[in-house]
Every structure is written in C-alpha cells, then in structure tokens.
Write a protein that binds this ligand. Sequence first.
Ligand SMILES: Nc1ncnc2c1ncn2[C@@H]1O[C@H](COP(=O)(O)OP(=O)(O)OP(=O)(O)O)[C@@H](O)[C@H]1O
Length: 336
Amino acid sequence: MRSKLCELCDTNRPALVRPKTGQRICKDCFYYVFETEIHNVMTENKLFHRGEKVGIGASGGKDSTVLAYVMKLLNERYDYGIELYLISVDEGIRGYRDDSLATVKRNQQQYALPMTVVSYEDLYDGWTMDNVVARIGLKNNCTYCGVFRRQALDRAALNLDIHHLVTGHNADDIAETVLMNLLRGDVARLPRSTEITTQSDTSPTKRSKPFKYTYEKEIVLYAHYKKLDYFSTECTYSPEAFRGTARAMIKQLECIRPSSILDIIYSGEAMQLSDTVQEKLPQQTQCERCGFISSNRICKACMLLEGLNTGITGLGLGSDRKTRKLQSQTPECAKG
Ligand SMILES: Nc1ncnc2c1ncn2[C@@H]1O[C@H](COP(=O)(O)OP(=O)(O)OP(=O)(O)O)[C@@H](O)[C@H]1O
C-alpha cells in the first residue's frame, strides 16, 4: 500500500506533489531539495568565486524574487563569500513596471541588499516603452524591450563595477528558447541558449542562469509556501506571439511528461554546430556608436534608437535595406 508519509523523509505528512519528479513530499523536504539542487548547479558549474560582486536582475516578478531570496540564503548557508546587488531596469510601463519596482524596493528592505534602478527614459533619449508602443504599436515591441533591457543591465552593472549578472531565467524559459530556435531553424543560436553562463570577448559582464534546471511550477510553489513578496501581473504589452505558442506547447508537454522540460534542455545541450555553420556565425565586436557588445558595426540598440528618433521604425528590426546600408557605411559617416 502507498505510504501516507513524505516520500523523502518518511516522517511528515506530504504537502505537495513535486512537479519535477511527481514525488509526494512535505514542505521541509521540498525546501531542502529545491535549494540544494540550485546550490549543486551553482557549485558544479563553478559559477562564482569568493569576493565576487554579483548583480541580480530584479524585476519584482516571481523568478527574480525567488532568485534574490535563494542566492542570499545559499550565500550565507554555504559561505560563498559573494557580494549581492539588486539591479532593476525601469522600462517605463505605467501600471506594470512601476508597481513591480515597488515590490523590488520592499525586497531590498526584506533581504537587506543594495539596489540600483536604471531607466530607459534616461538611457534612451526619453524613450520609455509606453512611448515606444505609442510610436510603433504592439507589433515587435518585445524586440525593443529585450534589446534595451540587456544593454541597460550591462550599463548598470558596469557603473557598480559588477562583472557578473544572474537572472531568473528558469528551465521552462530555456526549453522554450530551444524550441523556438529549432522551429525557426535558427541553429546558430542553439548552443548559446542552453549555456548556463554566457560571455563574449568584448562584453564587460558575464551572465548566468542559476535556475537553468529549476521548473517554473516549483518556483511558484516555493514563493507561495515561503510567502515571498512578489508581483504577479503579466506585462501590459502582451508577449511575443511565437514565444507564447512555444510556451503553451511546453506546458502541454509537461502535463503529459514532466521530464520533457529537462529533456528539451539536454537535447539542446547535446547539439553541436558543424564547422560549416560555425564559420558563418557573426563575430562579436564593439558598437562604433556606444561601444557596447555587438555582432555588427552598429549595435541593435543603437539601430532601434535611430529608427525611433528618425521615424524609420523598421530600422534594426530585420534585414531591411536601410539597416544593411547603415551597417555598411564608413565608420565616420556612421558616427555622425
Ligand atoms: N525590469 C527588469 N529589471 C531587472 N531584471 C529584469 C527585468 N526584467 C527581467 N529581468 C531579468 O530577466 C529574467 C527573465 O525575465 P522575463 O521577462 O522572462 O521575466 P519572468 O520570467 O517573468 O521573470 P520574473 O518572474 O523574475 O519577472 C528575470 O527573472 C530577471 O532576472
């Protein structure tokens, strides 16, 4: 007969069915396996070194709130000796990011961690996401937001002399990205999408994903049982349709076979680029305008900004003629 006790400690009554394994376990055992798996992932991958300053990309959402909580807990429990900072980007989305940033400010107090906020408005000629959407509409708005955020986090980190950022991307996010790259035939991006740490020669900061193997459902359960203070509203500007479809597929697969999420990640990890594909990959360099990492002479953030400022909103979004022309101009013209 099936035991009525926790499958791990065989002592307490089970409180939940663990989404990753289907085990019926008690709360204490859930906390233990959740935290220990993340600790193991971080130590096996040698993510940090003693004395390192580490920035946590903090949006106030469930993933980064749990990340900040767990990073602080594990740093103290296992004495990693790292310095943690919360770094938030204000994209300028009224009724969404202002509320979620208020959550990060409360987390700052609750976890006693230093916090920095940078805004698109200050960094990008006054272009908040509300202004961007008013100009271009909803289509492609996630591209602007993603490109700007990446650079904003880098800039904020550099100002604090931080060279390592962690984000709350979880196993579901990574499986989703692998699937999207496969469905688009974008094999060149596959290896990068499954790496736990990414850094290019020219980038001042590396990025790590300590939740690479952590299921979203478990993050939600952990935040719920620990009563963490997080912001749970979806972005006002709905997510990219293609990503939304990939997400729905992953959720369906998870229902039928919970290990699908990890299996997709393992498959992505196992795929190697052939020499022919590797030769065709763009080389990383520095943007001639802003000096940040780019695979073109002018980085995507600068192209998108120029498009917004000049009203040529297609600029930087695809391989249109104007974008190609700008990329091939002489450095002097491009800087002008
Ligand atoms: N405005 C922001 N400021 C700082 N970091 C951010 C911001 N938005 C996203 N991030 C970082 O990127 C990660 C993935 O962001 P994404 O937009 O996919 O949000 P998410 O999956 O809803 O995560 P979260 O629950 O933390 O908001 C976040 O966990 C966080 O670490």
